[in-house]
Design a protein around this ligand. Structure first.
Ligand code: STR
Length: 516
């Protein structure tokens, strides 16, 4: 066949077009089917062999970036997990594609803790979950930030902590602050939830301290039963301890819940449980809300959520306070600068209040730095992709677990110069008169649909407790005692090891008191 010269250019164009479309097709399919680099994996055990070693998981996962890049995947038993170590991908998961990644995995330990995911933190994404979270958010707003009564409660607890510190320092003792901080923080949450509080030595409080630690030690820390659910068939010490602690917690919660149901009135809202009960009753009267799915919002849901608020409210804030004190002991110059700021802006005549927050930027910067250097939950709680999707150029299949390594975000040397050194001033603006967030790689409370519900409350507590104590005392260890260990014990929260503190009354405070 002979082609005329006039048709040649047309054919060339056609060929070029076909080739171009093929290239585009090939490129786009490569782009979306690209899998993140994989850690070596064996049948049944998955990547477990690559995860053994001396480092805690968050540190190991950060270091594996050097070999596999910031986003890589691994297998935990039969579960495919994508590990995200950089803020751009973290924000894509939490914010840009928040809804797609809003799922939660079912795990043996969290199912024990939450009656199969009937809470908010560990519960999977659903219409019931959304409704549940909305009413808890509303109730927390009503009793949370801006509520003067809550401020008064926190201040009263902070003062009672100071009284204890005076008593122990008067007899030259040093003290493990942990139970006292926990009691103070528990009382704030208890007042918020149940309008009740504990005095020192209350047996119910002692029981709570014990069960809460048992739960933190055993729940959702990538324990083997969570990776291999079939291990439940064998005797398991941790799972037994968890079940025991959960049953004590449930008895305690049930008692409070029953009392509230008995005394419930539509006309008064004494606390958060009353607010939740009202929302539940309104929903039951409203047929539209009844399309929530099997069971709607049951008593179990409310009970488990109160358990979440309690557990999260106590364990997280207490842990941050313990880290803050540990770092302040290591950095007396930071403590001195906070105290100078307090002396200048608040003085000694009165205790600090929330309205002082704006005028104490260095204290606020210190709190931010504590939350950066020792994030409460260094791996957050795992997310699950609810449909086929992508992270950056990598494709992600429905059902994949996604873990955000907040530790990597907060210790990224490209974002934070000297990431391992404690430098509150990095959160101050150029003339040190106000605050700044110097990097987008900072998410202490998470972000998106599952952002921490207690952020405002936590910030109030951290500010009031630290300012009240530091106005009156300098915290140190006794001469010859070791400084607090800053490494932390990995678990669902990263807790510091036990240490002893001696609180030295500040001379200026003592002088002021003797004048009054
Ligand atoms: C602490 C111990 C306890 O008694 C109950 C809970 C349930 C809620 C958990 C909490 C725990 C630890 C901190 C968590 C919180 C939900 C959100 C919070 C995991 C296990 C964080 O994401 C930091």
């Amino acid at each position: 066949m002979c082609l005329s010269t006039s048709t040649m250019p047309f054919l060339w164009c056609l060929c070029a077009l076909v080739l171009l479309s093929l290239a585009v097709l090939l490129w786009t399919s490569r782009r979306t089917s690209l899998e993140p680099p994989y850690l070596p994996s064996l049948p049944v055990i998955g990547s477990l062999l690559s995860l053994m070693g001396p480092h805690p998981p968050h540190v190991l996962f950060k270091e594996l970036q050097a070999k596999y890049g910031a986003t890589y995947s691994l297998k935990l038993g039969s579960h495919k997990v994508i590990m995200v170590n950089h803020h751009t991908h973290a924000k894509e998961v939490l914010l840009k594609k928040g809804k797609v990644f809003a799922g939660r995995p079912r795990m043996v330990t969290t199912d024990v803790l939450t009656r199969n995911g009937k809470d908010i933190a560990f519960g999977d994404y659903s219409a019931t979950w959304r409704f549940h979270r909305r009413i808890v958010h509303g109730a927390l707003c009503m009793f949370g930030e801006g509520s003067t009564s809550l401020e008064n409660i926190i201040c009263a607890e902070a003062q009672s902590l100071c009284t204890l510190l005076s008593e122990t320092s008067a007899v030259g003792l040093s003290l493990d602050l942990s139970p006292e901080l926990t009691r103070a923080v528990t009382n704030v949450i208890c007042t918020l939830c149940f309008h009740s509080s504990y005095s020192r030595g209350d047996p119910e409080f002692e029981a709570m301290l014990h069960y809460s630690q048992g739960i933190v030690d055993t729940v959702a820390k990538d324990s083997l039963v969570d990776i291999f659910p079939w291990l439940q068939m064998f005797p398991n010490k941790d799972l037994r301890l968890l079940k025991h602690c959960v049953s004590i917690r449930d008895q305690l919660l049930q008692k409070k819940y029953d009392e509230h149901k008995r005394d419930y009135s539509d006309h008064v809202q004494r606390d958060l449980v009353d607010a939740l009960l009202r929302a539940k009753r309104n929903a039951e009267n409203n047929t539209a809300e009844l399309s929530l799915g099997p069971g709607g919002l049951s008593d179990d849901h409310l009970l488990m959520t109160v358990g979440d608020i309690f557990g999260a409210g106590v364990e997280t804030t207490t842990t941050v306070l313990k880290w803050a004190v540990a770092y302040l002991i290591h950095h007396p110059q930071v403590q001195k600068r906070i105290q100078e700021e307090l002396d200048q802006k608040v003085g000694l005549e009165r205790a600090p209040q929330l309205m002082d927050r704006g005028s104490l930027p260095y204290l606020e910067a210190t709190i931010r730095e504590v939350l950066r250097i020792r994030p409460v939950a260094p791996l957050f709680i795992p997310h699950v992709a609810l449909s086929d999707t992508s992270i950056g150029d990598f494709s992600v299949m429905k059902g994949t677990r996604v873990v955000i390594n907040l530790w990597s975000l907060h210790h990224d040397p490209k974002e934070w110069p000297n990431p391992d050194s404690f430098e509150p001033a990095r959160f101050l603006n150029s003339d040190a008169s106000g605050l700044s967030i110097p990097s987008p790689s900072y998410l202490p409370f998470g972000a998106g649909l599952r952002v921490c519900l207690g952020e405002a409350l936590a910030k109030m507590e951290l500010f009031l407790f630290l300012s009240t104590v530091l106005q009156r005392f300098t915290l140190a260890v006794r001469p010859g005692d070791p400084l607090p260990n800053l490494e932390g014990k990995f678990g669902v929260v990263l807790q510091p090891a036990k240490y002893f503190v001696s609180a030295l009354p500040r001379p200026c405070w003592d002088r002021q008191k003797s004048l009054n």
